[in-house]
Write a protein that binds this ligand. Structure first.
Ligand code: G3H
Length: 263
């Protein structure tokens, strides 16, 4: 098999954790724990709460840190009377490059469906942001062995109407809900099964060249101790990391995974 041309991406989703002072410390510590080469080889991104973004921007710009950042959600609208919401243009203005869309916690607690996720993917792209599109099955679906069609349906719904060129700008994150924050990691083979099927679906819906360009991440209890075996899978191009990204040293060790595997 040809070597993987996709640059690995490690994205730390802080969820609703860390105030802006703690955010500054974590970003500085993370950058100091990684060499320029490590940060060049593996794209390292943090996804703080909205209230931390300006602080993270100041740290990254001020110290020219090789760390990217983005948000955990965005409104499908550009502006207007949407109390409490944040638009893609606001995030772009803060220098964000990424935004998480359709995380299972948004789907569960805010009843986001595939149509809304599709609108948010479009809003992200319209503002030059890279959507990290989350898909994944719950335990019941997994036990019924319906996880592959379930994830492909979510993928189809979220990407409906997009051109192949737009799809190359999307990152897909496969996160089995039963593995999020539970300490129960999917096996590397479980991760590869769905990530491989996602790439196959992208090939069928768009084309092979497009599918080969899309980065597909795994998320769900990723730690320094299990990242190497996950990243050894051919269709896994990185990880969306929750809990472990709140510890700078642990996250840095995850980003250093190439030292432990040969792809
Ligand atoms: O977005 C990140 C995922 O929900 C995974 O979270 P976790 O690493 O704490 O399991």
């Amino acid at each position: 098999m040809a070597s993987n041309p996709r640059r690995p991406l490690m994205a730390g989703n802080w969820k609703m954790n860390l105030n802006h002072l703690e955010a500054n410390l974590l970003v500085q510590k993370l950058a100091a724990s990684l060499t320029e080469k490590q940060l060049t080889d593996v794209e390292t991104v943090v996804l703080p709460p909205f209230t931390d973004l300006r602080t993270v921007q100041t740290a990254v710009d001020g110290d020219k840190l090789l760390i990217g950042y983005g948000a955990q959600d965005l409104s499908p609208y550009q502006s207007g009377a949407y109390t409490g919401d944040i638009s893609g243009q606001m995030l772009a203005k803060l220098g964000c490059t990424y935004v998480v869309v359709g995380h299972s916690e948004r789907r569960q607690y805010h009843h986001e469906d595939d149509a809304l996720v599709n609108d948010k993917v479009n809003a992200a792209l319209a503002n030059g942001l890279t959507p990290i599109l989350c898909i994944g099955e719950g335990l019941e679906v997994r036990e019924q062995l319906r996880h592959v069609p379930h994830c492909c349906d979510q993928l189809d719904g979220a990407l409906r109407g997009l051109t192949a060129e737009q799809v190359t700008k999307v990152v897909v994150a496969y996160e089995p809900v039963w593995a999020i924050g539970t300490g129960k990691t999917a096996t590397p083979e479980d991760a590869q099964e769905v990530c491989g099927e996602v790439r196959k679906r992208l090939t069928e819906t768009f084309d092979e060249t497009t599918a080969q360009q899309v980065r597909i991440l795994y998320g769900g209890s990723v730690k320094a101790s299990n990242i190497a075996s996950i990243m050894a899978q051919p269709d896994v191009d990185g990880a969306l990391i929750g809990g472990a990204s709140l510890d700078a040293e642990e996250f840095a060790q995850i980003c250093r995974f190439p030292e432990h595997i040969t792809r």
